[in-house]
Write a protein that binds this ligand. Structure first.
Ligand code: PLP
Length: 426
């Protein structure tokens, strides 16, 4: 009998820890951070020991991981995106295409660069629909930001092909997919720039932090200028000479960089464990009737901390979600789960209402912008429909054989007992 109706739940033990990153903390992180304290060198650009700075080593590591020539350590994933956009010369008058399902920071970064975000539909991969991307291109479009949401690699072949044909800059948002790949190549190295976040909810953390990688010297040099309004004074060799302009302060501290180095050394091990966990569960629920697994463009490159499947409609998804939770497997429908999820465009209030920090000269009403982008809560119905009938279960690298089996058994049990199977049309 279903636990909801008084039966024994499949699982009574607590589910997985909430964080991937911090669960890996051990003496390696401690040593790296303590070493910085011992060196008494916490400012990245202090001229003594500049070459061996932790931030420089972190950049080197990400260049290596993504096969790119330049890295820029910054203080957040948002800063990495802004630096990439400004680095690519994107600003007032330009449109940048973003998916309807991404953390609000992706759209905010476009606005901070004073460009206009254009929101497009996702498809059943939960990432940008390439045909929606192409349909949204106007004469003002300068860039596209494919977002590898929940560790799922985007359909990069299609996106790159469209972008090349229209001569658009591609900035990959890898904030949620550090360690992922697409057709054997690491995410972050496909477009003109790749942007990572090291915030606690991501695969690895430095407390706060981010990284931008690129192969383009001008993009890197301009991003460096923007990430530090005084960068040219620190005695660092620029990747190429560019004219200076006012920037912010997005610098990463040496403590963050040291933590980032310790954590990033573990990515492949963490992703390897996640991969085998997800594979086990997928194998176990592959043939369960009534549910349809999320389409993943390259399952081998999936970071694999998120299990998503679709029910035929939102009502069935809510019911399934509730029954599964009662069996001891916490989960959620992605849309309409009772709170304003800031990963879904309908909740990006300042974007939809075109609100700047002051009413004058916002990216939308400034003289340089000649386009006429429109937003509304129902502009991406397909995305809302998909998110509304998606059920997600968080996976963790610490999951044992037994944990995986519990997830399989609970999903099977709910699918078999509930009305879902009987009413399913496919
Ligand atoms: C977390 C996140 C960001 C922003 O990273 P911060 O480090 O929090 O600034 C950007 N895009 C996506 C998809 C994210 O998940």
């Amino acid at each position: 009998m279903l636990a909801k109706n008084g039966g024994t739940p499949v699982r009574t033990k607590p589910w997985v820890p909430p964080f991937i990153s911090t669960e890996e903390f051990n003496e390696i992180e401690r040593e790296h951070v303590l070493n910085v304290l011992q060196k008494k060198r916490v400012f990245r650009f202090y001229d003594k020991g500049l070459e061996e700075s932790e931030a420089a080593r972190l950049e080197q590591m990400y260049r290596g991981r993504t096969n790119t020539s330049y890295g820029l350590a910054v203080n957040s994933g948002t800063s990495a995106l802004v630096s990439a956009l400004v680095g690519a010369g994107i600003g007032p008058g330009d449109e940048v295409i973003v998916p309807a399902y991404t953390y609000i920071a992706t759209a905010a970064a476009v606005l901070i660069a004073r460009a206009v975000p254009v929101i497009v539909e996702i498809d059943d991969t939960l990432t940008m629909d390439p045909s929606a991307f192409e349909a949204a291109i106007t004469s003002y479009t300068k860039a596209v930001i494919p977002v590898h949401m929940r560790g799922t690699p985007c359909q990069m072949d299609e996106i790159l092909e469209i972008a090349r044909r229209h001569q658009l800059v591609v900035i990959e948002d890898v904030a949620q997919a550090n360690g992922g790949s697409y057709k054997g190549r690491p995410l972050g190295g496909f477009g003109e720039a790749g942007c990572f976040s090291f915030q606690q909810y991501k695969v690895v953390t430095s407390g706060e932090g981010g990284m931008m990688v690129t192969n383009i010297p001008e993009l890197h040099a301009r991003a460096s200028v923007y990430h530090d309004c005084a960068v040219s004074f620190w005695g660092v060799e620029p990747s190429t000479k560019v004219e200076s302009f006012a920037g912010e302060n997005y610098r990463m501290s040496e403590i963050q960089a040291a933590l980032g180095l310790a954590q990033s050394g573990k990515i492949d091990s963490v992703v390897g464990r996640l991969h085998s966990v997800k594979k086990k569960i997928i194998d176990g629920i592959q043939s369960v009737g009534g549910i349809q697994l999320q389409r993943v463009p390259d399952p081998d490159g999936d970071v694999s901390y998120s299990l998503v499947f679709y029910l035929p409609d939102g009502e069935k998804a809510s019911k399934f979600s509730e029954l599964l939770a009662a069996e001891g497997i916490p989960n959620g429908t992605i849309h309409n789960n009772g709170f304003a999820d800031r990963h879904i465009y309908v909740n990006w209030d300042y974007v939809l209402e075109k609100r700047g920090s002051t009413p004058n000269d916002t990216p939308w009403n400034c003289a340089s912008y000649k386009g006429n982008v429109q937003y509304s809560k129902d502009m991406c119905p397909r995305s809302l429909e998909l998110l509304g009938r998606a059920v997600s279960v968080a996976l963790h690298q610490s999951m044992t054989e037994e944990d995986c089996q519990d997830a399989i058994d609970a999903i099977k049990k709910v699918a078999e007992h509930s009305f879902v199977v009987k009413n399913a049309t496919d």
